[in-house]
Design a protein around this ligand. Structure first.
Ligand code: FES
Length: 327
C-alpha cells in the first residue's frame, strides 16, 4: 500500500523553524502509523524524532496529531486513514524536536491536584472496606494512560494556559468520587477557583480524541453539578448556569444582556465590560433592554420544573460513594 506522510518538523534548540518533510512509502496493509514512522526513521531519514515505547496503546508515549486530531500512532491503522497523512506534534505543549513535546507542563498540572488517595487519618486506623459497586463507575476514568491527547486538542487550553486541563480534572474526579478519599470537598473547593472546572468551554474535543474513552469533559460537568448541588456557587460559571436556567424559565428565551449581568460578581466587574457593551450598542448588536417574553414562556417553565424534579441530584450518587467507605 502506497502512502504519503507529511510530517511537521522543527528543532527549536537548533534554531530550526517549523517546516514539513514528505515521505512516500510502500507499507503492508496491517501497519500502524507508528510502524510507518519507524520505517521512515530506520530506512529513509534517521533524523526524524518521535517518542514511543509499548507499541500496544498502553504507555501513552506515541501521542501526536494525525490529520489534525490528537491520537496514538500505535493505535492508528494505516488502512483506516486516507493515503495522504499529515502528522504533527501534540498541541498545547512546547515542542522539543519534531514529534516530541515537552510534557513537563502536563505533569506539573497533574501533580497540582495531588493525584493520590488522601484517606482519613494518617495513617488510617483500619483497612477500608469498599463494596465493589461503589467503584464500578470509576472504571472508565481509571483507564486514563496519560497520553495527553485531550490536552493537545483542548480549545480552552489553547487560549487559556492557566486552565488546569482535561487530564488533571478527570483525575480529580477519580479521587472526588472514590469513597476512600477524604479530601473530596477540599478538592472540589480548589476546582471551583481560577483554572478549575468552570474554565472548560464544552468544546468536546477531549471526549472525541481520548483513545481510552475517559470522557474528561463529562467528568468536568459531573463535578460542576456536584459543586452546585453542594452549594458551591460563588463563581461566575455557577452564577451563569443558574442565570441561564432562570432567564429561559422567566422569558422563554435567553436574554444575553441579563445573562452577563447576573453572571458577574458585582458592579465593578460589570464595568470591565462597558467597552464591549458600548461597541455592541453602536453596531446594533445589543439585545433589547426589555427582553421579549415568549407567549410560550409558561409552558417552558413547566418543562423546566418537571425536568428539575426528574433530574437525579448528582450529589446523592456522590454521597452514596462516600457512604461506601463506612460499609
Ligand atoms: S507506544 Fe505506547 S501507547 Fe503508543
Amino acid at each position: 500500500m502506497d502512502i504519503q506522510l507529511k510530517v511537521r518538523r522543527q528543532n527549536p534548540e537548533g534554531g530550526q523553524t517549523p517546516h514539513w518533510s514528505e515521505y512516500t512509502l510502500d507499507v503492508p496493509d496491517h501497519y500502524t502509523l507508528l510502524d510507518a514512522l519507524i520505517q521512515v526513521r530506520e530506512e529513509v531519514d534517521e533524523t526524524l524524532s518521535l517518542r514511543c515505547s509499548c507499541r500496544s496503546h498502553i504507555c501513552g508515549s506515541c501521542g501526536m496529531r494525525i490529520n489534525g486530531h490528537a491520537g496514538l500512532a500505535c493505535k492508528t491503522k494505516i488502512r483506516e486513514l486516507p493515503r495522504q497523512i499529515t502528522v504533527e506534534p501534540m498541541g498545547n505543549l512546547p515542542v522539543i524536536k519534531d514529534l516530541i513535546v515537552d510534557l513537563e507542563p502536563f505533569w506539573n498540572k497533574l501533580y497540582s491536584i495531588d493525584p493520590f488517595l488522601k484517606p482519613a487519618g494518617d495513617p488510617p486506623e483500619r483497612e477500608y472496606v469498599v463494596p465493589p459497586e461503589t467503584m464500578l463507575h470509576l472504571d472508565g476514568v481509571i483507564n486514563c494512560i496519560m497520553c495527553g491527547a485531550c490536552v493537545s486538542d483542548c480549545e480552552s487550553l489553547s487560549v487559556n494556559p492557566l486552565f488546569i486541563g482535561p487530564t488533571a480534572l478527570a483525575k480529580e474526579y477519580r479521587f472526588v468520587m472514590d469513597p476512600r478519599d477524604a479530601a473530596d470537598r477540599e478538592r472540589l473547593q480548589q476546582m471551583n477557583g481560577p483554572g478549575g472546572v468552570w474554565d472548560c468551554t464544552h468544546c468536546y474535543q477531549c471526549v472525541e480524541v481520548c483513545p481510552k474513552d475517559v470522557a474528561p469533559m463529562e467528568r468536568i460537568m459531573a463535578m460542576r453539578r456536584i459543586m452546585m448541588d453542594l452549594g458551591m456557587q460563588n463563581h461566575n460559571g455557577a452564577r451563569r448556569a443558574n442565570a441561564f436556567v432562570d432567564l429561559v424559565g422567566e422569558y422563554g428565551r435567553l436574554d444575553e444582556t441579563r445573562l452577563l449581568m447576573r453572571s458577574l460578581s458585582g458592579f465593578g466587574e460589570l464595568l470591565t465590560y462597558s467597552k464591549v457593551g458600548w461597541r455592541s450598542l453602536w453596531k446594533g448588536k445589543l439585545p433589547p433592554i426589555r427582553p421579549h417574553r415568549l407567549a410560550s414562556a409558561a409552558t417552558i417553565r413547566r418543562i423546566f420544573e418537571r425536568t428539575r424534579r426528574q433530574r437525579p441530584r448528582r450529589f446523592k450518587l456522590y454521597e452514596a460513594q462516600q457512604e461506601g467507605v463506612k460499609a
